[in-house]
Design a protein around this ligand. Structure first.
Ligand code: DX5
Ligand code: ZN
Length: 231
């Protein structure tokens, strides 16, 4: 599959979210929205009402990353209000199969996120239930953190697991997303390891020209994927 760029609004101006999203609407593929509850992660951001508003006022499909303690209860609601992708954390979810299926039943892509210390292997047999596998490249909670190179081997293992799963004939392609510390310096390493959806917050929204950063990130990831034969 081709490269997708999902800028994270965590680094944008929260008083002007729709305007910030409009800056990258022609160049990005998705808009990443970090929902945080000050429980699963030590930060509090936005919830369902803001996501519902963004669905109505932003052209890009929403990529909701739920950094919350009770995704079983809340995740399907985000798909119901129109989020395109809803990602829950493996460390928080109590009934992953039920909740992933509930997201799909509500019309969303079902995402599963793994923190840096969470291995991918226990989830390999569940990949048929998953549309987006998010490998965190920082500890979730805050933007602007340094990319963790230690996660690269897990991205490679996740890529191999996804390629094996693909052999079983999926209807929807399974994305391998990375999130945290993604910028012009680190995106190539992730693309080489096999990621195809790239979340970037501070690199995009704290620069002078967010759209130009999105184009540059895409060019770097595409160039790396064509060298590695993954395009
Ligand atoms: C952090 C969030 C990220 C965050 C990334 O918990 O999941 O999406 O916005 O920000 P940067 O790109 O600045 O690391
Ligand atoms: Zn995120």
């Amino acid at each position: 599959m081709t490269v997708s760029i999902s800028p994270s609004i965590l680094a944008a101006d929260f008083s002007r979210l729709a305007e910030e999203a409009a800056l990258i609407a022609d160049d990005a593929d998705l808009l990443h929205v970090d929902v945080m509850d000050n429980n699963f992660v030590p930060n509090l951001t936005v919830g369902l009402p803001v996501v519902e508003s963004l669905v109505k006022n932003v052209r890009l499909p929403l990529d909701c990353h739920l950094g919350i303690a009770d995704p079983d209860r809340w995740a399907p609601r985000f798909a119901e209000v129109g989020a395109h992708n809803v990602t829950i954390h493996a460390e928080a979810v109590k009934a992953p199969v039920r909740t992933l299926r509930a997201i799909r039943a509500a019309g969303g892509r079902a995402g599963l996120a793994l923190n840096p210390a969470t291995p991918v292997e226990p989830y390999e047999d569940l990949l048929a239930e998953v549309d987006t596998l998010l490998v965190m490249t920082i500890e979730p909670g805050f933007g602007g953190q340094r990319f963790l190179d230690a996660v690269l081997p897990k991205i490679e293992r996740a890529r191999r697991a996804i390629d094996r799963n693909r052999a079983f004939g999926r209807e929807v392609p399974l994305w391998l997303q990375v999130d945290g510390g993604i910028n012009a310096e680190t995106i190539e390493r992730c693309a080489e390891a096999g990621a195809d959806v790239f979340v970037a917050g501070s690199a995009v929204f704290q620069g002078e020209d967010p759209a130009a950063v999105v184009r540059d990130l895409r060019a770097r990831a595409e160039a790396t994927r064509s060298v590695t034969g993954r395009c």
